[in-house]
Design a protein around this ligand. Structure first.
Ligand code: FAD
Ligand code: MLT
Ligand code: ZN
Length: 481
């Protein structure tokens, strides 16, 4: 391992290879605290050329590379496995534990090209910085998420992140015009010309979007920006449950254009966020859930939207905000929920997509499915977060795109029974076992419930063609082997 570290230091300079065990452990544990592993060191190259040299050095030592951006991923993809993966015959991964390749020095951010509505950003640029940069040019970056201060351009592309603006602009995939990336042999591919009309064979930017660090290390991206659309109003409506929230949202969408966001938080989530953060209860705390919608001001002010919604049966418990402070106040119930749950314990976070017509049925069966999974699992309820049974089930998410986050507090974090049961339930309702968070290390065993055998074989063939030695993030997205 000493030789590996010396070789990496020769590439980046000694300051940019961290090998102190305590420091490395911090990088090797993910945001959820549920996934942590063993790494040789953390290396932070400053250019695509240095990334290529780092990858070549790791290949020479038979050491796997785990790309890491802001380390806010929630499925274990940004950290190495607990022990070095067993190397298969002929594998290059026979050497020291994986190296974490941090993109935190790839932070170049070019001036916005207002003419094309595009910008080039380094993989390590944080989404919050990118959004401020775009706003200063009168434009908007179409991805936004509560982890914006840490989540990076590279990480959000690698996971195809969704977030609160996906209902308006689509997921990250819809914002990417090009990337540059380093393959496992150290070659650099991609282009940043932003020529969206160009169509010359396979599209590396789209191939790498959602590839979770398994095909290449993204070093920079050409991103599409949108017209700035300031918010005119935010509504928080108390509803009976998720199916009523979905019905209400359909009515709102039909009545008024300009929807910027459509989010759902159930009653358990709202109670927890109030308890953990001290936020005051909104009107309708006795409701089964809450629908939050935000409208763009392009169409008119809050009064305009309320007039448009005159024929929509808005619940009496609907709070309306039209100034920045009021809107931020209503958003806080949704934005601070992840942090509130993490304060209460280490949750089982099961991020799924469910067809709009199945949301009510999925939710209707969920509590029984969780209870059965916890009951059937030895030492299940109450052993993880210090909570007594029954487990606490919280459902929230991006209802406008059918993306639900099922969070379960109580079962031991190491026990995956409840995760498996909820993912199976989503698949049984025609949904996807993984959504905006990706597959990571957490969900590789469930791919076959959402993707066909032929699709999984094709994905494996792509992986093998681009990374024959299995150097890049082995064990993520596709099961090892
Ligand atoms: P990391 O966590 O560092 O890595 C994630 C994956 O990408 C890993 O597989 C890693 O290997 C790979 N990767 C990272 N950088 C590169 C690169 N340059 N090249 C190749 N592969 C790379 N996600 C959503 O989609 N929507 C949300 O609304 C949302 N909200 C969140 C709120 C909170 C409070 C938190 C903590 C997380 C949230 N997330 C959300 C999850 C997370 O922020 C996203 O998955 C984000 O895309 C991860 O970005 P990152 O830079 O932190 O990547
Ligand atoms: C969110 O929508 O808040 C994120 O995806 C984070 C989470 O699932 O907790
Ligand atoms: Zn989300």
């Amino acid at each position: 391992m000493r030789k590996l570290i010396a070789d990496l230091r020769a590439v980046t300079g000694p300051r940019h290879v961290l090998a102190e065990p305590d420091v490395v452990a911090g990088y090797a544990t993910d945001w959820t605290r549920r996934y942590s592993g063993v790494a040789s060191c953390v290396v932070s190259p400053a250019s695509a050329g240095e990334v290529a040299d780092v990858i070549r050095a790791c290949a020479a030592h038979g050491t796997a590379v785990v790309p890491q951006g802001g380390n806010t991923g929630l499925v274990g993809g940004s950290v190495p496995p607990p022990a070095s993966p067993a190397s298969s015959p002929g594998s290059a991964r026979a050497g020291p534990a994986p190296v974490i390749l941090s993109t935190r020095r790839l932070t170049r951010l070019d001036p916005v090209d207002v003419g094309s509505g595009q910008v080039t950003a380094g993989a390590g640029v944080a989404i919050a910085r990118l959004r401020v940069h775009a706003a200063a040019a009168g434009l908007r970056y179409g991805v936004d998420l509560a982890s914006r201060d840490s989540a990076t351009v590279g990480g959000t592309i690698a996971t195809n992140a969704g977030g609160i603006a996906a209902v308006r602009y689509g997921p990250t995939r819809s914002q990417v015009a090009g990337v540059t990336a380093v393959l496992s042999d150290g070659s650099v591919v991609g282009d940043l010309s932003g020529l969206t009309a160009g169509s010359v064979g396979y599209d590396f930017a789209q191939l790498l979007t959602g590839s979770e660090g398994t095909l290449a290390v993204i070093t920079s991206a050409r991103l599409l920006l949108r017209a700035a659309e300031p918010a005119a109003a935010v509504l928080l409506a108390g509803v009976a449950g998720i199916d009523q929230a979905a019905d209400l949202l359909s009515g709102i969408r039909a009545a008024a254009a300009g929807l910027l966001a459509a989010e759902y938080v159930d009653a358990a989530g709202l109670a927890l966020v109030c308890d953990m953060t001290g936020l005051p209860s909104p009107p309708g705390r006795g409701s089964g859930g809450f629908l939050l919608v935000e409208f763009a001001s392009g169409q008119g002010n809050a009064d305009y939207f309320l007039q448009r919604l005159a024929g929509v049966p808005l619940p009496t418990d609907t709070a309306v905000a039209q100034d920045a402070t009021g809107m931020a106040g209503l958003w806080a119930y949704r934005e601070r929920l992840t942090e509130a749950i993490a304060t209460a314990g280490i949750p089982h976070k099961i991020d799924v997509a469910v067809p709009a017509g199945e949301l009510g049925a999925f939710r209707g069966e969920l509590d029984d499915v969780v209870r059965e999974a916890v009951g059937a699992s030895a030492g299940g309820a109450g052993s993880g977060a210090g909570r007594a049974s029954p487990p606490l089930v919280i459902v929230f998410g991006h209802i406008g795109v059918g993306n639900l986050h099922v969070n379960v507090l109580g079962p031991d974090p190491a026990d995956t029974s409840v995760d498996v049961a909820v993912a199976r339930l989503a698949a049984a309702h025609g949904g996807s076992v993984a959504a905006e968070h990706g597959v990571g290390r957490a969900k590789t065993g469930w791919l076959g419930w959402t993707r066909s055998a032929a699709e999984i074989a094709a994905m494996r063939a792509i992986k093998t063609a681009l990374d024959p030695a299995g150097l890049l993030n082995p064990g993520v997205l596709l099961p090892s082997g």
